[in-house]
Design a binder for this molecule. Structure first.
Ligand SMILES: *[C@@H]1O[C@H](CO)[C@@H](O)[C@H](O)[C@H]1NC(C)=O
Ligand SMILES: *[C@@H]1O[C@H](CO)[C@@H](O)[C@H](O)[C@H]1NC(C)=O
Length: 299
């Protein structure tokens, strides 16, 4: 009994460790996982702006910050790298910000909306990198954004995912299961580069016992299929329902064969149809793929 309680305790600490903390939700960050990796919380810099913000001192832009576990509490600071860089020295502009509806700094688990002001006349070298971080608890997130006065008079929209047909000449070699299929990815994605990045994540995670407990070649085959399915989500079918290339059983086999214990939340097999009933499907969060790509950077 004691052992059981101990196990539950250890597990709950682990779960907190994985799910915990604080992260930028909007604009969409490089990495949707909370991370202390400086200066951007890991993940790869987006090649296209996720949103256009208004550069005017008398107007504000909306950012959303989420505290997932209490250790992510603290005032959030926003900075801008107008040269598009991501190193500490690049974040030369500190932006003033305040919580929507007043109130003090984010202290507890929850979602916080903030108005962020970009001073009049600020320009980007093409795109800027926006950084949000809490000095007190040390969580970092960045997003690629654009500045334009056209955004001052309308509610800006985030860039949405676009359809790509994966042709043989797009050089998608690692995730070749999506050849000749239509996938949904952020605008501007270079398929070959993205495929290589996915392969890099695969290699790193296979060598990381915190993610893949038993990295046999059988595990590798199963993991590759699941990782590619999550990384290159297929466009929905004509009925609007998501289409997967992995079944519930295959996903469960992967979890078991690879001995995925500590990061099992990242591979929600439940999204896959267990009884071939379309109605049971849940849409995979579109940015889950980025979470997984950046997972490796959490350590
Ligand atoms: C602006 O970006 C280009 C590449 O896009 C780079 O070569 C150049 O050095 C940048 N300029 C500044 C001032 O950072
Ligand atoms: C399997 O994991 C070990 C470390 O646990 C690592 O040394 C080895 O390279 C990994 N094998 C593969 C195929 O990644």
């Amino acid at each position: 009994m004691r052992v059981l309680i101990l196990c539950i305790l250890i597990l709950s600490v682990l779960v907190n460790f994985i799910n915990g903390h604080a992260v930028l939700v909007s604009p969409t960050p490089f990495s949707t996982n909370p991370s202390k990796t400086q200066q951007c919380g890991g993940g790869a810099k987006q090649t296209v702006a996720q949103i256009t913000w208004c550069p005017r001192s008398d107007k504000s832009n909306r950012a959303t910050w989420k505290i997932v576990v209490g250790d992510g509490a603290g005032a959030v600071t926003f900075k801008l790298a107008t040269n598009g860089g991501t190193s500490a020295a690049d974040f030369t502009t500190t932006l003033s910000s305040k919580m929507v509806g007043g109130g003090g700094d984010p202290k507890a688990v929850g979602t916080y909306y903030m108005d962020v002001v970009v001073p009049t006349g600020t320009t980007c070298n093409g795109t800027c990198v926006l950084q949000a971080y809490t000095q007190s608890s040390g969580w970092y997130s960045c997003s690629t954004i654009k500045l334009d006065t056209s955004a001052c008079d309308s509610t800006p929209k985030e860039t949405s995912l676009v359809e790509f047909t994966v042709k043989t000449d797009s050089n998608v070699k690692f995730c070749d299961q999506v050849l000749n299929k239509v996938v949904l990815l952020p605008a501007g994605t270079i398929l070959q580069e993205y495929d290589l990045k996915t392969q890099g994540v695969f290699k790193n995670n296979m060598a990381n016992p915190l993610v893949i407990g038993t990295n046999t070649s059988e595990c590798g085959n199963l993991y590759e299929k699941v990782l590619c399915d999550v990384s290159f989500p297929l466009a929905p079918g004509s009925d609007g329902k998501p289409v997967y290339q992995v079944t519930y059983q295959q996903c469960q086999n992967f979890i078991k064969t690879c001995d995925v214990v500590s990061h099992v939340e990242l591979y929600p097999c439940g999204v896959y149809d267990s009884e071939n009933e379309g109605s049971k499907l849940i849409v995979v969060p579109t940015l889950l793929l980025i979470s997984i790509l950046s997972l490796v950077l959490m350590f």
